[in-house]
Design a binder for this molecule. Structure first.
Ligand code: NAD
Length: 338
């Protein structure tokens, strides 16, 4: 049921000066993708409901502030475009997506349906959809020593309530557009992407950024708050690996959903220890058991990714966390001085 194409894959090279649209270009992955595609020689239009927070607006050849829940705005966004990278979404970390469900589902269904329909009508050749590991069923993620998740594990479905259901439905909707209208579709399931130049406070930040902020603000010997008992596990994929994965998948012939994530499992305690080590601080941990923790364990099985893309994420967690922590440390220090 995942619409996958097992035919021999070929990763072609991106034609330079291709006209591409990145939706969600004001957000974390989107603005990094704008830079990445510009460096590949594309003409890039960025669209978001807000201007980029952490990068100059003129990194894109054109940046339009548009609300993509509105169909006419989607028609404007895709005009003259050959390839669409749809990353726009109302989303955040586990605290956000467990607290805000109706708005997340409504907004993201509207964005995804409007963008794919506008793309079809405008004759867009290919569209990328950013799905999530939150589509995987809860019954396969009840143990910290989780078996890594393969793409086919998404069914029978029991995804994250709200956000995960929306991602799973949108995956199917995009594949239906491919089947019925011939619009070429590529779908990635991201597993915890992290890096500099993304949300680190305000409630939408994810664990690596939230912990980096807390550790940057702490003094040696302080106690920092950790959501859950610290024994829950995840894998974390650095942004540069994510961009390479998006690019390879978009230029491949593979049409089914594909994991883009690291397969190195770490506990949240382990993550905290790594960031504290980078910061050179000795910190005590205070476990907040009433805070949302998500599933008990989640990891990416990269067998299909390696086969299809002849590649898998390679940047070490130590290296990625160092860059992330250093950037967040600078932001926090600046804010404290202001
Ligand atoms: P992000 O929140 O930083 O970026 C999403 C962007 O979409 C934001 O800039 C936001 O303003 C924009 N947006 C929201 N509503 C909009 C609207 N109505 N019209 C136009 N733009 C709108 O998130 P991100 O981490 O960059 O995630 C990008 C995509 O990848 C999302 O689809 C997300 O669900 C998916 N994803 C991300 C992760 C991750 O770990 N970061 C994991 C799984 C899936």
């Amino acid at each position: 049921m995942n619409g996958s194409n097992e035919a021999k894959n070929t990763v072609s090279s991106l034609a330079s000066h291709e006209r591409v649209l990145v939706t969600g270009a004001g957000g974390f992955i989107g603005h990094h993708l704008v830079r990445f595609l510009k460096n590949k020689g594309c003409w890039v239009r960025g669209v978001d409901i807000k201007e980029p927070e952490y990068s100059p607006i003129n990194e894109a050849d054109e940046f339009l502030v548009l609300d993509l829940r509105n169909f006419e705005n989607c028609e404007t966004a895709v005009r003259g475009i050959e390839k669409v990278y749809n990353l726009a979404a109302n989303m955040g970390g586990i605290g956000f997506i467990t607290a805000v469900k109706a708005d997340v589902v409504r907004d993201n269904i509207l964005i995804n349906a409007n963008i794919v329909e506008a793309s079809r009508l405008a004759g867009v050749k290919r569209i990328f959809y950013s799905s999530s590991a939150c589509v995987y069923p809860k019954y396969k993620q009840g143990d910290p020593e989780v078996i890594p998740l393969k793409e086919e594990d998404a069914h029978p479905a029991d995804p994250e309530d709200g956000y995960g259901w929306e991602k799973l439905l949108s995956e199917r909707m995009y594949l239906n557009f491919q089947e019925d209208y011939g619009l070429e579709v590529r779908i990635a399931r991201f597993h915890n992407i992290y890096g500099p130049e993304g949300a680190y406070d305000g409630g939408r930040e994810k664990a690596p950024a939230a912990l980096s902020r807390k550790i940057a603000l702490a003094k040696d010997g302080d106690e920092i708050a950790i959501w859950g008992d610290g024994k829950q596990t995840r894998s974390f994929c650095y942004i540069d690996d994510c961009l390479e994965g998006i690019h390879r998948l978009m230029e491949s012939n593979f049409t089914g959903p594909l994991n883009i994530g690291s397969d190195r499992l770490v506990t949240v305690d382990g993550l905290v220890d790594m960031i504290s080590g980078i910061a050179g601080k000795n910190l005590k941990k205070k476990y907040e058991l009433d805070k949302p923790q998500g599933v008990r364990g989640r990891n990416s099985d990269n067998t299909l990714c390696k086969k299809i893309l002849e590649w898998e994420p390679a940047i070490s967690l130590e290296e990625g966390l160092k860059k992330t922590y250093e950037w967040i440390h600078v932001q926090v220090s600046r804010a404290n001085k202001a």
